[in-house]
Design a protein around this ligand. Structure first.
Ligand code: IMP
Length: 195
């Protein structure tokens, strides 16, 4: 089965590609020759993920999926959430988002947070969603150089290191994205048995 992953985010591709069985041939937007800016205008991860997959499906009429991820911090009532990429401004770089987050939590005892990933799959014109959650907490200071985004300040429950201090394989043990992708794979394998 061929599936387009509606992203050009190298980190997301590196995390998801090794989780797929060989029978699923993944193509990124670039590999599919699609140069399209996909909007994320909605107030929820679910709606943004759906928008991305539908835009691409309508363009190429090929089975595809997208994912949208947010960091939800309890003391900030779920912020930055769907706005995680733009937390410190429209063109913010990860370091700026992290600095804003650490400042917002400066006098906060409750540093609990979670990553939530929503995958939207369009299979033969029908949409299905899968969710993966990783509970954890925000560290006092950034550390590590692996991964991307908020990885330098996110310590998953059950770990002593933040994501950016882990190898890809270690991050996958805890990862919200891995959990959502596992569900996607289980669903696709189940669907394949019905053919
Ligand atoms: P989006 O899903 O590309 O919209 O990402 C939202 C924001 O969350 C961006 O700032 C990403 O860098 C960040 N982000 C998404 N997934 C992860 C992750 O697995 N670790 C750390 N940051 C992430």
């Amino acid at each position: 089965m061929e599936l387009i992953f509606a992203t050009n985010n190298r980190h997301k591709i590196d995390e998801i590609r090794p989780l797929l069985p060989a029978a699923i041939k993944l193509r990124t937007l670039r590999e599919a020759g699609i140069e399209q800016d996909i909007p994320e205008p909605h107030p929820s991860l679910e709606e943004n993920a759906r928008e991305k997959s539908i835009v691409i499906y309508n363009l190429v009429k090929t089975n595809c999926f997208s994912e949208d991820t947010g960091l939800e911090v309890r003391a900030l009532n779920g912020a930055p959430g769907v706005k995680s990429a733009r937390y410190a401004g429209e063109n913010a770089v990860p370091e700026q988002n992290i600095q804003k987050l650490l400042a917002a939590l400066q006098n906060e005892k409750d540093r609990s947070a979670r990553f939530r990933t929503v995958i939207s799959l369009i299979l033969n014109g029908k949409e299905y969603q899968f969710e993966g959650i990783c509970e954890g907490r925000i560290s006092e200071t950034p550390s590590g150089i692996s991964g991307f985004g908020y990885d330098p300040v996110f310590i998953p429950d059950g770990a002593t290191q933040c994501f950016a201090e882990m190898s890809l394989e270690e991050k996958q043990v805890f990862s919200h994205r891995r959990k959502a992708t596992d569900q996607l794979v289980d669903f696709l394998l189940e669907e394949a048995t019905k053919l």
